[in-house]
Design a binder for this molecule. Structure first.
Ligand code: C2E
Ligand code: MG
Ligand code: MG
Length: 609
C-alpha cells in the first residue's frame, strides 16, 4: 500500500485514507515493488536500478511458480514481471491475478522483447498496465514505475476512502482489522474496536434533508478525527506507533480501531473522549444541533479473535448502549451475545404471533376521580406465548420497534380495540372512549390517518370513541413534521393524548400548537408522589400547565389511596392504575361495565391538604 505522507510499518496497510496521489516523490519511494524474472542476474540489475533512484522496499523471486503466493503474502504496490518466463508464463500470472479479487488491482509492468507486438497485445487484454522493453533503460524504468504508482494511489484513494468524510472506508478498516488481529494472535497483544452510532440520526436526516444530514456527518467526522489525534499518545503503545484508526462504516456509523492497548481502561478513556466530542452543538445550515452517540466496545482477544466476531461484538454492545439510553458506551459481554440469540428467536416467533393468534388485547380502566366513574379504557397488548407464558410488552414492544414489526402489530391492536369497543357499545355497555397506543413508526407512515379511518369504519365505530396515545419522546422526535398528521387526525374527530409525559423534552411552544386533548403523567412521577418532594413538584407543575392549556390530565400508575388523595387535591381529573384495576382480558373488563362493577375508592387525605 502506498502512503505518501507518513510511512507506517512497511507490511501494515496505512491507517489514514490513501493520501493524495500527487504527493511527493520521496514518500512514494516507500512503495513495495515486486520483481519476477527468470534470472537472478536480471533481478539484481533491476534492483540496482531501483535502489539507485531511491526505492527501498523491494521483494523478488526467480521462481514463477512461487510468484502468486508471494503476491498474496506481500501485496506489492506494483509488479514487474518478465513476459517470457519458463513453466508459468507472465501471461498466466496475469490471468490468475485477474481471477483473484485481492490481486486484481495491483498494476503490472511487463518486461518484453522489443517488437513482440502480438504478445504485448495479449498482455494488454489480460490486464497489464504498461510495458518495458528489454534491455531496460533506467530512466524509462523510473518514469513508468512512477506512473504506475500514481495510478495505484489514485485507485486506492477511490477504493479505500469514504467520499463524504475523507476517512478510511469500511474496506480499509476491515483490511487493517485483519492485519491487527493476526498481529494480536501472534504476539498476544490486547486491542479494541469501538463502534460508534449517532443517536436519532434518522430523524435529524429527515428534518434537515439529506444535504443537511451529510453536512452533519462531515462535521462529526472532523471532530472525531481531532479528538482521536489528541488520543494518540493514550491509545497506542509507543513502540507500535499505530495511532487509532477512525473509519466510516457507512450511514451514521463510525469505528475506531485501537491496535495495541495496555488494558481495557484505555478503551474507556477513548470512549469518554468521543462522547465529550458531542457536548457542544453542531452548526448545520444555520441550526444548532445537539447530537449524541452510543459506543459499543469489543476487546480482542477476549471477545473474539476473528474479524466478524469482533465486529459483531462491538455492534451488539452499541445496540445495547442505545437500548439503555443515549449518550453512553457499553462493553460487550458474553451475556449480551446469548441475549442477542434469544432476541433473534423471539423476533422469529413474534413474526408468527399474530398468525398463531397468540396476541391478545387487555383493557385497563381510566377513572374519573371526582365521580369514581369509568371514562375510558386503555388497550394494552399481551403475548400469550405457548412456551414462555405471558411475555410482557416491556420485553417485546422494544423488539417490535427495532425490527419494524411494530407497524403491523400496532395496526392489529388498533383494529382489535375498535372492534371490541363497537361490540361493547352494541351490547349496551357504555365505555366512553377507548385509548390505543401508537408507535412513532406507525405515526410516521404515510397514510396513517387513512389507516385509522379504515380501522374505525371497519368496526363501524364513530371517531370520537377513539383516543390515540403517542409518547412524548416519540412526538418530540419530529415535532414539526408530526403536527400535520396530528391536525389531520384531530380533524377526523379522533382524540389525542400525550403518553408518558414528563420523560421527554417538550417545549411549551409545541405543546400549545399540538391539537391534543389529554396529557398522561408518566407513572414514574406518580410513584410515592405524596412524600417524594421532587415528584410532587413535577406533578404539580404538569397539572397546572396542562390546565392552563385547557388539557385534561390523566395520572397513570396510581397504586394506593395516598397517591390518589394527593392527585385529587391538585385537581387531576382522571386516574389509571392498579388501585382500580390491572389491565384485564376483554371478557373480564366487560364485568366492570355493569353497574357497581367498578370499585369505589376513598382517597386518603392528600399531602397538600
Ligand atoms: P403505557 O402506554 O404507558 O401503558 C401503561 C403501562 O403501565 C401498562 O404497562 C400498564 O399495565 C402499566 N400500569 C398501569 N397501572 C399501573 C400501576 O398502578 N402500577 C404499575 N407499576 N404499572 C401500571 P404494560 O401493559 O406493560 O405496557 C407497557 C408499555 O408498552 C405501554 O406503556 C406502552 O408504551 C407499550 N404498549 C403496550 N401495548 C401497546 C400497543 O398496543 N402498541 C404500542 N405501540 N405500545 C404498546
Ligand atoms: Mg399508553
Ligand atoms: Mg404511559
Amino acid at each position: 500500500m502506498i502512503d505518501l505522507q507518513d510511512s507506517p510499518a512497511p507490511e501494515l496497510p496505512a491507517a489514514e485514507a490513501p493520501p493524495d496521489p500527487r504527493g511527493d516523490d520521496e514518500a512514494r519511494k516507500s512503495a513495495k515493488i515486486m520483481l519476477v524474472n527468470r534470472e537472478e542476474l536480471g533481478i539484481e540489475m533491476l534492483k540496482a536500478f531501483l535502489e539507485q533512484v531511491g526505492y527501498r522496499n523491494l521483494v523478488s523471486t526467480c521462481d514463477p511458480g512461487e510468484a502468486l503466493d508471494l503476491l498474496l503474502d506481500e501485496r506489492p504496490d506494483v509488479l514487474l514481471v518478465d513476459l517470457a518466463l519458463p513453466e508459468v508464463s507472465g501471461l498466466e500470472i496475469l490471468a490468475r491475478m485477474q481471477g483473484d479479487r485481492r490481486l486484481r488491482s495491483i498494476p503490472v509492468i511487463m518486461l518484453t522483447e522489443a517488437g513482440d507486438a502480438a504478445a504485448k497485445l495479449e498482455a494488454l487484454e489480460r490486464g497489464a498496465t504498461d510495458f518495458l522493453a528489454k534491455p531496460v533503460d533506467s530512466g524509462e524504468l523510473a518514469a513508468r514505475l512512477r506512473n504506475a504508482l500514481v495510478f495505484k494511489a489514485c485507485q486506492d484513494r477511490l477504493a479505500y476512502s469514504d467520499a463524504l468524510t475523507g476517512l478510511p472506508n469500511r474496506e480499509r478498516f476491515l483490511e487493517r482489522l485483519d492485519w491487527t488481529l493476526r498481529f494480536s494472535r501472534r504476539y498476544g497483544t490486547l486491542g479494541a474496536v469501538l463502534h460508534i452510532g449517532l443517536d436519532r440520526f434518522k430523524q435529524v436526516n429527515e428534518a434537515l434533508g439529506p444535504g443537511g444530514g451529510d453536512r452533519l456527518l462531515w462535521a462529526v467526522s472532523q471532530r472525531l478525527r481531532e479528538s482521536l489525534r489528541e488520543t494518540d499518545a493514550l491509545a497506542c503503545a509507543p513502540e507500535e506507533g499505530q495511532p487509532p484508526m477512525l473509519s466510516r462504516m457507512g450511514g451514521d456509523e463510525f469505528t475506531v480501531l485501537l491496535s495495541v492497548l495496555d488494558d481495557s481502561a484505555d478503551a474507556v478513556r477513548v470512549a469518554q473522549r468521543i462522547l465529550a466530542v458531542f457536548e457542544a452543538p453542531f452548526e448545520v445550515g444555520g441550526h444548532e444541533l445537539f447530537v449524541t452517540c452510543c459506543i459499543g466496545i469489543a476487546l480482542f482477544p477476549a471477545d473474539g479473535t476473528a474479524r466478524d466476531a469482533v465486529l459483531k461484538a462491538a455492534w451488539l454492545a452499541m445496540q445495547q448502549a442505545k437500548r439503555e439510553g443515549r449518550d453512553s458506551y457499553r462493553f460487550f459481554s458474553k451475556d449480551l451475545g446469548a441475549r442477542s440469540h434469544q432476541r433473534l428467536s423471539l423476533e422469529t416467533e413474534l413474526r408468527k404471533a399474530v398468525e398463531r393468534q397468540e396476541l391478545e388485547v387487555f383493557y385497563q380502566p381510566k377513572v374519573d376521580l371526582a365521580a369514581s366513574r369509568l371514562v375510558g379504557a386503555e388497550a394494552l397488548v399481551r403475548w400469550r406465548h405457548s412456551q414462555r407464558g405471558m411475555v410482557s410488552p416491556a420485553d417485546f414492544i422494544p423488539l417490535a420497534e427495532e425490527t419494524g414489526l411494530i407497524v403491523p402489530l400496532g395496526h392489529w391492536v388498533l383494529a382489535s380495540a375498535c372492534r371490541q369497543m363497537a361490540a361493547w357499545l352494541a351490547a349496551g355497555r357504555r365505555v366512553p372512549r377507548i385509548s390505543v397506543n401508537v408507535s412513532s413508526q406507525q405515526f410516521r407512515q404515510r397514510g396513517f390517518p387513512d389507516h385509522v379511518r379504515a380501522a374505525l369504519s371497519g368496526a363501524r365505530l364513530a371517531p370520537p370513541y377513539l383516543c390515540l396515545e403517542i409518547t412524548e419522546s416519540a412526538i418530540m422526535e419530529n415535532a414539526q413534521a408530526f403536527i400535520e398528521t396530528l391536525d389531520e387526525l384531530k380533524a377526523g374527530g379522533v382524540a389525542l393524548s400525550i403518553d408518558d409525559f414528563g420523560t421527554g423534552y417538550s417545549s411549551l411552544s409545541y405543546l400549545k400548537r399540538f391539537p391534543i386533548d389529554e396529557l398522561k403523567i408518566d407513572r414514574s412521577f406518580i410513584n410515592g408522589v405524596e412524600h417524594d418532594n421532587d415528584n410532587a413538584a413535577i406533578v404539580t407543575a404538569i397539572i397546572a400547565m396542562a390546565h392552563s392549556l385547557g388539557l385534561q390530565v390523566v395520572a397513570e400508575g396510581v397504586e394506593n389511596p395516598q397517591e390518589l388523595g394527593f392527585l385529587r387535591d391538585l385537581g387531576c381529573e382522571v386516574c389509571q392504575g392498579f388501585l382500580y384495576s390491572r389491565p384485564l382480558p376483554a371478557a373480564n373488563f366487560g364485568e366492570l361495565l355493569i353497574p357497581g362493577g367498578l370499585p369505589v375508592m376513598n382517597p386518603a387525605p392528600g399531602a397538600t391538604a
